[in-house]
Design a protein around this ligand. Sequence first.
Ligand code: HEC
Length: 163
Amino acid sequence: MKKGEKVIFGLVGLIAIVSITNQVWQTANITEEDPGIPYYTTASIELKSKAGKLLRENSCKECHKLFFLNNLTQNVPSPSLDGIGSLREEAWFYDYFSAENPQEIIPSRLKARFQMPSFSHLPEEERRVLAAYMASLKVEDWYLEETRKAAYEKRTGEAYQPE
Ligand code: HEC
């Protein structure tokens, strides 16, 4: 082997070692620092299954994201339901679902067909189940402010100013 070749092999070897070490180090760091998924629900199995059925029947996920599930209309700027139960009270959800015109409660900036529909026609029991389930959709404290910001910006289309 010529001297020049040795130098080149040496360099290639060095680069390989440095990059592998770097990757191992980064992976270790990611697993140490990654705090995980911040969204969870406190709902009982019974509430989850009742609510799941209602969410399907009423196509809530056609418009809303929940636990990372999005469908084709994900470009529609509806608020995400992840963590929503840390932002509002159960009674508020019940009133919202019972309103004949939900836009009186949250004004909409969207075209009518993308707006939150009224669910006032649902039986009271179903609106209660939906409200209870919404209230159970929590976010960990460390992600609360971020969730509030995202909800505000979706709703208004304006940058969020913390008080
Ligand atoms: C056609 C799309 C669409 C469907 C279907 C829909 N929503 Fe909505 N929803 C919206 C939009 C858009 C908003 C934001 C207010 C607006 O623009 O009318 C909203 C707002 C909400 C909010 C208030 C969010 C906040 O910022 O506090 C909740 C809770 C909610 N929806 C739950 C549901 C549930 C539960 C269902 C099914 C029973 C449902 N939505 C079905 C579009 C939809």
